[in-house]
Design a protein around this ligand. Structure first.
Ligand code: NAD
Length: 688
């Protein structure tokens, strides 16, 4: 244990350095080391003040996540904190790297904090559906006040050392590379000036102003209502800060503990912790070990400067990779370039980019007509119309133009990558790279593996995703791959259900209340009913609406009517068209259904489709399906995604309901063999 501690005394200042690679996580060994050494330093008469430092790349980066879900060995963090507070002499936390979660809470127990300018400080527990459970909710407001504390803890976003100095989280900035010397000098000054070592728990000034003023907390809740919707942790954090303001410290700590335990036991937090690990799992591919060579992407090509091509191009520009952008006509090219420029200028207007950065990024584009300019790129991504004949034609041409050893990728949403690959003489160099709209924003990248795709390409796709800020999910070839395939079944059920009684608004409310940003019909109205209905020949409600020139939000409304501010109200015209279509199909109206019934109808088929995707080997693991839905479709994180949610509901319940639907509506609802097997064996998709 001693090998993680070094202890020096310099001119009356005890310097305790913890060295527990890789990130000085607050595991049991570190906790013991802190507890023992603080006790020793407190008793050592030579020591007038104590500097707490970490060796290696960072200050305590947080809890030891390998201890999650296990009984915590003593001393626990609050025990260690009591020891630090009882030292009876000033303690100075000297911070570099990242002081996150329990790491920052450790610093908050100290009497003073000093950090190098590159340090980042934050309490990100909210992202795991938790709250800072070692006194952070009680101490931070006493240092920075209610507003800053609420903001930091409910957003989970780390702040820079500069901001931390400005709002009082830290007391001084150290010089880069001189943290130890500067911290010791700071400690010496404290001692020389005889500044009292007031414990943070005893500070009152910053919280007094909010005492007995519940309206401050109500306003904060209201301001963030949209962002907090469905999550349990933000509200628990607010309650803790209210307690910090209105109750004695120890009672506040008791509130924090109770809230923490409630969160820890909640499905929402379990889901968020699952998602945290699931996101890190997606790049583990059994037959593509980390040693698989990757190909350098120094120059990319994008074909098609439409909705997707433009967004895809921006991803590369943002990462500093030059792009040759090809179109069929000058007009289409100019339009595409114009949209990219406008997007960047909007970012600049919000202060996210400087005008020089806008020009620098745009300068990385080489616009081109035709495909010949792609001869020297390392990767081509095709994003032209979704038509097999067009794609095959392009890939055939690329085969003759693009240099050997370059990756040929398609952004197709539904088409067969193997058929596209067969249009070339090098199918092993072809893969799918499926972005989600808007491609410069959505974090999912489906890396689609064709029958012959080389392993190097898969490894490169996974790596590329990360370098452009995406999370990759590997998919084999099928109609719609993972995310689109799974979400399509919900659309089919919504369209069927609306003929049986529930209105678009009733169905949408269920989807919204589940946690999506909008309902199925609102989403269709937003995308445009003409776009959604493209290529469909049989009669549909959608098509009937388009025939009445109701194209959605953009023209005359669709399933809803819209006012000037785009607020939807149920449309009598749509209701009449739905009734007419139901009569044409001979479907009887049985009136409204309960929210539970609607949710089961829409979501159980998704769980079932996920099971099929797994048994067909399209996705490697259930958690990849969850990540695809969360990152590609905004599936609410606190449900854990469809598969985790299915496990929460209980697979036997889902199977029973699907069988009921199967008897009533037909084979679409037949439970997948894997789903039935897991249900029979009392197993689950995501919890063993
Ligand atoms: P789009 O119609 O907005 O853009 C397609 C562009 O390709 C047009 O600008 C067109 O001029 C250009 N083009 C067509 N043939 C060409 C050729 N031979 N050479 C050069 N340029 C050519 O379409 P989109 O929505 O960007 O979709 C593109 C692809 O991405 C499709 O395969 C689609 O399925 C897929 N996709 C779309 C979305 C989405 O939400 N829109 C999401 C994921 C994937």
């Amino acid at each position: 244990m001693n090998d993680i501690v070094s202890l020096d005394i310099e001119s009356g200042i005890g310097i305790l350095t913890i060295d527990s690679p890789p990130v000085n996580a607050l595991g049991i060994n570190v906790r013991r080391a802190l507890d023992n050494n603080f006790k020793a330093l407190a008793a050592d008469e030579r020591v007038q003040a104590i500097v707490l430092l970490c060796a290696g790349r960072t200050f305590f980066a947080g809890a030891d996540i390998t201890e999650f879900g296990k009984p915590m060995e003593s001393p626990q963090l609050p025990d260690v904190f009591e020891t630090i507070e009882a030292a009876g002499k000033p303690v100075i936390a000297a911070i570099h790297g990242t002081a996150l979660g329990g790491g920052l809470e450790t610093a908050l127990v100290c009497h003073f904090r000093i950090a190098v300018p590159s340090a980042k400080l934050g309490l990100p527990e909210v992202n795991l559906g938790l709250l800072p459970g070692a006194g952070g909710t009680q101490r931070l407001p006493r240092i920075v006040g209610v507003e800053v504390a609420l903001e930091m803890m409910t957003s989970g976003r780390p702040i820079s050392a500069k901001d931390a100095l400005a709002n009082g989280v830290i007391d001084a900035l150290a010089n880069d590379g001189k943290l130890r010397e500067d911290a010791v000098a700071f400690a010496r000054k404290i001692v020389d000036e005889r500044r009292p070592a007031v414990r943070v728990r005893d500070l009152e000034t910053m919280i007094e102003t909010a005492r007995g003023r519940p309206e401050i907390f109500a306003a904060f809740r209201q301001k963030n209502a949209r962002a907090f919707r469905g999550f349990k942790a933000p509200d628990a954090i607010i309650k803790c800060v209210e307690a910090a303001v209105n109750l004695p410290f120890d009672e506040g700590i008791a509130v924090e503990r109770a809230q923490f335990m409630t969160l820890m036991a909640s499905t929402e937090s379990a889901a968020q912790r699952y998602v945290f690990f699931a996101e890190r799992e997606t790049s583990k591919i059994p037959d593509v070990p980390p040693t698989t060579p990757t190909l350098p992407i120094a120059k990319a090509g994008v074909i098609g400067a439409g909705t997707m091509g433009g967004g895809i191009t921006m991803n590369f520009l943002n990462a500093g990779i030059p792009v040759t952008l090809c179109e069929m006509s000058q007009e289409a090219l100019d339009r595409g370039l114009g949209v990219i420029r406008k997007n960047y200028e909007n970012s600049a207007a919000k202060g996210k980019l400087t005008p020089a950065q806008v020009e620098q990024r745009l300068g990385l584009i080489t616009p081109a007509l035709g495909l010949d300019a792609l001869h020297d790129v390392d990767l081509v991504i095709e994003a032209v119309f979704e038509e097999m004949s067009v794609k095959k034609d392009i890939f055939g041409k690329l085969d003759a133009i693009v240099k050997p050893g370059a990756i040929l990728a398609s952004n197709t949403s539904y088409l067969d990558i193997d058929e596209i690959a067969a249009a070339t003489s090098r199918p092993e160099w072809v893969m799918g790279l499926h972005f989600f709209s808007p491609a410069n924003v959505m974090r999912l990248l489906e890396v689609v593996r064709g029958k012959e795709t080389k392993l190097d390409l898969i490894a490169t796709g996974m790596k590329l995703a990360k370098s452009i800020g995406k999370t990759p999910v590997l998919s084999r070839v099928c109609h719609g791959f993972i995310a689109n395939r799974i979400m399509t079944v919900r659309g089919v059920q919504a369209n069927a259900l609306v003929l049986e009684g529930p209105t678009p608004a009733e169905i949408d409310k269920v989807v919204y209340d589940y946690g999506f940003a909008m309902g199925q019909f609102q989403m269709m109205d937003l995308v445009g009913l003409d776009v959604i209905g493209r290529g469909i020949n049989e009669r549909t409600v959608n098509g009937d609406l388009v025939k009445r020139d109701r194209l959605g939000q953009k023209k005359n409304g669709g399933y809803y009517d819209y006012d000037a501010s785009r607020n939807p109200t149920p449309s009598p015209v749509a209701a009449a068209l739905i009734a007419d279509f139901a009569a044409y199909k001979g479907i009887e109206n049985h009136g409204p259904q309960s929210a539970d019934e609607i949710l089961a109808r829409l979501n159980y088929v998704i769980v079932n489709e996920g099971a099929k995707i797994l048994e067909e080997g399209i996705a490697l693991r259930a958690s990849d399906i969850d990540m695809a839905c969360i990152l590609g479709y905004g599936w609410p994180v606190y449900t854990g995604g469809p598969m985790f949610w299915g496990d929460t509901v209980g697979l036997p319940k889902i199977v029973a309901k699907l069988k009921e639907y199967q008897a009533k509506y037909g084979e679409t609802f037949k439970p997948a063999a894997l789903l039935e097997k897991l249900a029979d064996e009392g197993k689950s998709f995501t919890r063993g």
